[in-house]
Design a protein around this ligand. Structure first.
Ligand SMILES: NC(=O)c1ccc[n+]([C@@H]2O[C@H](COP(=O)([O-])OP(=O)(O)OC[C@H]3O[C@@H](n4cnc5c(N)ncnc54)[C@H](O)[C@@H]3O)[C@@H](O)[C@H]2O)c1
Ligand SMILES: OC[C@H](O)C(O)[C@@H](O)CO
Length: 381
């Protein structure tokens, strides 16, 4: 890797980021591959660490490289790697479980208590030049899936896991609270699972306009009224009869969670995908009297990345529509600011060795202008 940059985007403490040239990492095992990172998306959790320095009990105590939504190109393979070769384009799954505990062996490796997850302190993330990963957490992209789409596989895998937790069946009605990237992708995955009615709910009209052109069959602007009244209005507006078969929260907002339990039908399913306040007032009586099945959903597990890639390759989920622009590595902080201000759905940051050309070499302000343009034609939020 002589001459290649391993420039990394480092969070030192809240609101203090720097670029740092770090040594190119070395393979740790014969099963590892070295990946040149091509594109990385910004997740709400990256922005949260940048602004607050912590999410729950994960606290940034030492400088940490941000980023975990990445795709890259294999540049070196360990001696026991048989399924990947130099030059392969891959989506990077960014969390590595121990593979030995009860949860790993039971098929729920996302719950492994020894998980090493990129950009979750104390572990560095993927906004860097090169990344070492076990080969079985690198997913080769089909020829018809681009590296930029590859960077969207991570949030899509989050949505796949949420929709699997919801056990969405053909013909179901599904309400998705929140039309940020995760909610939009949940709506698209639910539709691909056969849901015939998919209602996107948000408090921002432009997000609902985008949702309607993306996957939602119906949208609803959540109201500042008591949750039961909000639910009644939602059910009426989306013609949900006795309520929705499935309600997914992808907002983390307390009023949305409260409304959800009044929107779900008797015997229906509720999934908590959003992460907001740790403790809220929860309509426990509705849960009990309706015999609602409630499940949590955390990251992704067995088969989720594979299915996410298949959905993109098959044209079932058009993740490209979520991308407002691509910026070069030097614009990373600017890109974070725009995500924080809610001006974009997804912005991709090119790796430090990536040569952007022509229209792809978009600065954040250009990306924003494109987003506004698209908004006029219903193409963006
Ligand atoms: N479970 C997981 O493993 C996992 C993984 C990634 C992200 N998340 C969480 O999923 C949620 C969505 O992620 P995102 O990246 O799309 O975030 P986001 O902030 O872009 O989207 C949240 C959306 O919810 C909307 N919203 C706020 N209050 C609302 C209300 N009362 N009713 C309806 N909508 C409301 C916002 O306007 C926004 O569009 C976040 O809470 C995030 O932390 C969970
Ligand atoms: O997509 C993965 C999520 O962003 C992470 O789990 C984060 O929210 C907590 O570390």
């Amino acid at each position: 890797m002589e001459g290649a940059s391993n420039l990394s985007f480092v969070l030192n403490k809240p609101n203090d980021v720097t670029f740092e040239e770090r040594p190119v990492p070395k393979l740790q095992s014969p099963h590892d591959v070295l990946v040149a990172v091509n594109y990385t998306g910004i997740c709400g959790s990256d922005v949260h660490y940048w602004v607050h320095g912590a999410i729950g009990h994960f606290v940034v105590k030492d400088p940490m490289v941000l980023g975990h939504e990445s795709a890259g190109t294999v540049v070196e393979v360990g001696s026991d790697v048989t399924t990947l070769k130099k030059g392969d384009r891959i989506a990077l799954e960014p969390g590595y479980p121990c593979r030995r505990c009860g949860d790993c062996l039971g098929g729920r490796y996302n719950l492994c208590h020894k998980m090493v997850f990129a950009a979750t302190p104390p572990y560095d993330g993927t906004l860097t030049g090169f990344w070492v990963a076990p080969f079985d957490f690198c997913y080769k992209l089909p020829d018809n899936v681009s590296l930029q789409e590859g960077a969207l596989i991570e949030p899509l895998a989050v949505a796949v896991h949420i929709v699997k937790q919801a056990r969405v069946q053909p013909g179901n009605s599904v309400v998705v609270m929140g039309a940020g990237p995760v909610g939009l992708l949940c709506a698209a995955v639910a539709k691909s699972f056969g849901a015939t009615k998919v209602v996107s709910v948000d408090i921002v009209q432009s997000k609902l306009d985008f949702a309607k052109g993306f996957a939602a069959t119906h949208t609803y602007m959540s109201q500042r009224v008591p949750p039961e009244e909000n639910a009644k209005n939602l059910i009426a507006q989306a013609d949900l009869g006795a309520g929705a078969d499935v309600v997914i929260d992808a907002s983390g907002a307390e009023p949305s969670i409260q409304t959800s339990l009044h929107v779900v039908r008797m015997g229906g399913t509720y999934v908590q995908g959003g992460m907001g306040k740790s403790d809220i007032t929860f309509p426990i009586m509705a849960l009990c009297l309706k015999e609602v099945t409630a499940r949590g959903s955390f990251r992704y597990g067995s088969g989720d990345y594979k299915l996410a890639i298949e959905l993109v390759a098959a044209g079932k989920v058009d993740v490209k529509k979520l991308v407002n622009g691509v910026v070069s590595f030097k614009h990373a902080e600017e890109a974070f600011k725009k995500v924080k201000e809610g001006q974009v759905i997804k912005i991709l940051i090119a790796g430090p060795n990536e040569k952007l050309e022509g229209e792809l070499d978009t600065t954040v302000d250009e990306a924003k202008a494109k987003a506004n343009e698209a908004q006029g034609s219903g193409g963006c939020c």
